[in-house]
Ligand binder design. Structure first.
Ligand SMILES: CC(C)=CCC/C(C)=C/CC/C(C)=C/COP(=O)(O)OP(=O)(O)O
Length: 302
């Protein structure tokens, strides 16, 4: 079932013998049952609302298996689709992924081209084959400077956002091309523009000086900036998972991760599976009292 949802390869459905299909069907039913039991037990503890992933290790995965570099990212995309479904089953409402950083444009041009082609292909697959999207009733956002993308990728991304905008299930945000410092700079620019427009509007409508000064407030609050982040309206991530054992945030969601539980499991992103996700949630549940205590202390200090 999951295979047929996340794979667009017809071989998955046609190359098996009848007895193999029965055996794999039984094994899959057992796995689904086991998964549901584990989720039921896990749900007694605090569950994360938002998990963010830094999907690291796709090239290393390809290298270690002597396959083409782009194939590593393609397997990574399948791992991502599987994770979306697992998170949905666990009641995690928000998933955010670092799919392409602004710095990734500095990679070898042929690698950037391959990655952009893959993005276009996968976004178009999502537009054409809505299996995964329908299963998780997914709303897809793209966070980042879309103007930096090649036109076909940008148009496909905009189409996917528009076609899923009304969905009310999982909220899936793809950061691409993104970095956190640009997001913050963009929020400041947007806010200043909003204030300037407000002031000019008030001056033009001939309001008195007091009101004009209200519009031109010079102080900028954290909440003001929050409203202009790509992530506006989305709770901060409870967990940030960076695969492949890397321990850096690499300019990802710096504004939103003050209280996030950071985890750096060893598997490379294409190897990331259901059991790694369960383990991540268990670790989060263990750290939960400490995280909540820190949040409480920070509130008191305000
Ligand atoms: C449409 C959509 C959301 C597609 C997502 C596809 C996907 C898995 C993208 C990951 C891109 C990326 C640069 C990952 C980092 O691994 P890396 O290339 O830096 O590999 P390394 O860590 O081994 O060097």
């Amino acid at each position: 079932m999951l295979d047929s949802l996340i794979s667009h390869d017809p071989k998955v459905l046609t190359e098996k013998k009848p007895d193999e299909i029965i055996v794999s069907g039984v094994v899959e039913s057992l796995q689904n049952f086991l998964r549901k039991c584990i989720i039921a037990v896990l749900s007694y503890g605090p569950m994360p609302k938002h998990i963010a992933f830094i999907m690291d290790g796709n090239r290393r995965y390809a290298k270690s298996r002597s396959i083409k570099e782009g194939t590593g990212h393609s397997v990574g995309f399948s791992a991502l689709m599987a994770s979306l479904i697992y998170c949905y089953e666990m009641g995690v409402k928000y998933i955010t992924v670092y799919a392409f950083s602004i710095d990734n444009f500095k990679r070898d041009p042929s690698e950037v081209k391959t990655l952009m082609e893959l993005m276009e292909e996968k976004i178009n697959e999502l537009l054409e084959n809505k299996n995964v999207i329908n299963k998780v009733n997914c709303k897809i956002n793209f966070w980042g400077n879309l103007d930096m993308l090649p036109e076909p990728v940008r148009l496909a991304a905009q189409k996917l956002m528009a076609s899923t905008a009304e969905n009310t299930g999982l909220v899936f945000s793809v950061c691409m091309p993104y970095n956190s410092t640009s997001e913050i700079a963009n929020a400041v620019t947007e806010l200043c523009k909003e204030r300037r427009d407000m002031m000019q509007g008030q001056q033009a409508s001939g309001r008195n000086g007091r009101l004009a000064n209200d519009g031109a407030r010079s102080d900028i609050s954290v909440a003001d900036l929050d409203h202009h982040m790509y992530s506006a309206g989305c709770p901060d991530p409870d967990i940030v998972i960076r695969t492949s054992g890397e321990t850096r945030l690499s300019n990802f969601l710096l504004w939103q991760t003050t209280f996030s539980h950071l985890q750096n499991p060893d598997p490379l992103w294409p190897e990331f599976s259901w059991r790694h996700l369960i383990w991540a949630i268990l670790q989060y549940q263990r750290a939960y009292p400490y995280i909540e205590q820190n949040k409480g202390l920070a509130k008191k200090q305000l």
